[in-house]
Design a protein around this ligand. Sequence first.
Ligand SMILES: [Zn+2]
Ligand SMILES: [Zn+2]
Length: 382
Amino acid sequence: MKAVVYHGPRQVSVDEVPDARIEKPTDAPVKITATNICGSDLHMYEGRTDFEEGRIFGHENVGEVVEVGDAVGEVKVSDMISAPFNVACGHCRNCEEQRTNYCLRANEPGIAGAAYGFADMGPWQGGQAELLRVPWADFNALVLPEDARDKQDDYVMLSDICPTGWHAVKMSGLLPGETIVIYGGGPVGNMAALSAITMGAAKVMVVDRHPDRLRLAEQIGAIPIDDSKGSPVEQVMEQTNGLGADRGAECVGYQAHDPQGHENNSLTLNDLVQSVRFTGGIGTVGVYVPEDPGGPDDLAKHGKARFDFGEFWFKGQAMGSGQCPVKRYNRYLRSLIHEGKVTPSWIVSHDLPLDQAPEAYKHFDARDEGWTKVVLHPNQTG
Ligand SMILES: [Zn+2]
Ligand SMILES: [Zn+2]
């Protein structure tokens, strides 16, 4: 089968590799019809993780089940399914408690949480390929309704960014009628904005500096805040009568940088503490890592940040962190898509065949204007 293989910093190619197949009776191989390039792929693509050369990218996957192992009972051949980016066993304590993001059995002993094609997240290959092996298929596959193919650019967002944006807002504690500021207008930040609007936020502000991303935020009724035109904190204060937003979401992660490009992993966190009111809540879903050898200084290299804990504590704020437990939300978001209440594909700028992945990585990594979200379609020739 063909797959997008990592060969070192900013080097990917579409290679011929062995087919994904049944290795355990609980597996189902899936023919991928849509698979996204994600911002977290870019950390790996840039060589800012210990992702191994020769591995396949891709954790945001939709496809058709082509075979099922003997122990798979619910999922059927020819079902169209969404695979959460979290690989989870379904039976461990964390899975039973809806924390599939910290499954205790899908990674090596001592590390909780696993994902397809992801650094430090277990041995699982990614889905930017013609086939993907979905383990514990009855648990991990979400069967899609009859409009699965027509709306696959919407459903493909169910693997990660749509639930991840939702999770950021849930962790912030947003109530209907409250205000929220979202730092980062990339795919996840814009999904957080869509989520907050869907949950009934009175005012949603999205901070970024890329005009294409800010336009997407504006299209769904969020207020764009351009941090290259002045302090985002001051702009949030102006929007909230000087009180700060009720809630905040961090959708940037450890490679946060100022408009001039200087990296500072605490930049958005500290801006959030400033932008959110006393006793407000903050959800952080942007990726942070325990070790970042490519970081700009000694603290950052060891995953540490100059976080304004004093101000955070003084304001009595709360913060949630970590990757999203996709299964907690995906079936409900599936229904919102099916019923036409949300259309997460509005952020998609490019639908491309798998062969064009190397070019797509280049443009998406460079944040080139107009490359807001790329969906690859492995089993379509283009
Ligand atoms: Zn992702
Ligand atoms: Zn588990």
